[in-house]
Every structure is written in C-alpha cells, then in structure tokens.
Design a protein around this ligand. Sequence first.
Ligand SMILES: [Zn+2]
Length: 279
Amino acid sequence: MEITVINPVLFYSFVFIFGLIFGSFLNVCIYRLPREESIAFPPSHCTNCSSPIKSYQNIPVISYLLLGGKCSSCGESISPIYPAVELLTAVLVTLLFYKYGVTIETFVYVLLTLSLIVITFIDLEHFIIPNVITFPGIAIGLIYNLLITDWGLFLKVFPRIDLGNIFYIVPEIPALNSVFGIIIGGGSLFLIAYIYKLIRKVEGMGMGDVKLLAMLGAFLGVKGVFFTILISSLVGSVVGIAIILLQKGNMKLALPYGPFISIAAVIFIFTGPLVIPAL
Ligand SMILES: [Zn+2]
C-alpha cells in the first residue's frame, strides 16, 4: 500500500520509534518470562541493586548510551543485549511496514516477529522456549488463516483434493495451509532430531522446538514451514560444525535451535515467496 497521505519520512520515523518502545517491552518479557515473574509488576528496576529505573532513564537505546551502559545507582554494567534487542525490533518492524504497508498482514507478521525475538533471546540464555508464547501462537496463526480463508472457494475445491494435487491446492486455501503447516511443523521433529543427533551426537531438539515449528506452520503454512526447517537446519549445522572446529573437536557444546528456526522464519517472511515460487 502506497503511503500518500503522510510524509513517508515522518511515517517511518514514527514506526521506528514505536519499534524501539516495543523492543523495550520485549526486554522485559525476555528477562521475566523464563523467571516466571509478572510482565506488568513491579516496574522496571536494576536487576543488581533493585533501584527503580526512572522514566527518563528508560528511553530505549538513548538511556543506555547516556548512562554509559551502567546502572546510575550501583554502577553495575547493563548488558548491551538490551539496546541490541530494541534496535533489532525497531529495524524489523520498520522493514515489515516497508514491505507489507499498513495492512492486517503487517500486524500479523509484526506480532509473529516480536514473538520470535523474545523466543530467540530466551532460548539463547535459558535453552527453553516458553509455552506461554508457542501455545497462543499456534492458536493465533490458525485463527488468522481461518479468518482470511475464502470458504466459498474451499467448499468448491475440497471434494476435488487428492494426493495428485494436494501440494497445489493446500497452499491456496489459508485454513488448510495452516492446519497442514502445524502437522508438518510439529511432526517433522523426529526427522530433524535424528539428523541433528547424527551431526552433533547429542540430543539437540526439545519439545519447545517442536511447538515453535508448529506455531510457524500455523502462521506461515506448508511452504513457510518447509523453508524454515531447511534453512534453519542448514544454518544450524554450519554454525554448529564451525564452533566444533573452532573448539578443536569438542562435541559437547550445546547450541539452542530456536534462534536458527526464528532467523529462518524471518527470512521467509521477507523473501520466502520470492525464493521458492514453484513450491
Ligand atoms: Zn543497580
């Protein structure tokens, strides 16, 4: 959608600032969700000395720079991951609005991308993917695709679906695409777990990864889930092997898989339909 009413520079600046604020909220989720703390209370405080963070010290990125990366009360250094998450969120949200315009699609992709950022940083630190994100994610992805389905078309083509044309018809019907995406995403666990175990010689896949793939299947459908599995296992294997080589053959390193799944899914959101148009 062309933005003609508002000055584009003004519009994207506004989106970027909102992205930074969302990123700041994601930091709260990343810190508190795995610790099973409330997201709303208490208000932001230093995780070292517990002194409250004043509102002027809570400006995304800028406060971090002004405070020199240190708590103003106790001087404990603040992780650079906080401003990094804020910047990453703002950049991705802005790019999504640039690619998809002001549409329902954009809001759905923004929601999905924000979830993936939270999952990535929680998985990197704690090696878990919280059910409080993936379970509602599966439901929201499925509901969205049910809502955008043309049920008249569905009723017309449904009796004519057979094994010969299933790969052509399913992607055309969002509801079917989502259901098959959930099944393929969740069901592919055993295959990936097997390959992962062969390469890494450790149990690499958790149930969290399965639920994450099911959630991506719900949102992105069959094509999206295939793309995500392919790219994430490829990038994950390359990074895993590189780290093993750097550590001179120490195979005991544990690497969370969630971040690779998330990166692959974001790549699909931006490029997927262009990369594999025939699938
Ligand atoms: Zn402090």
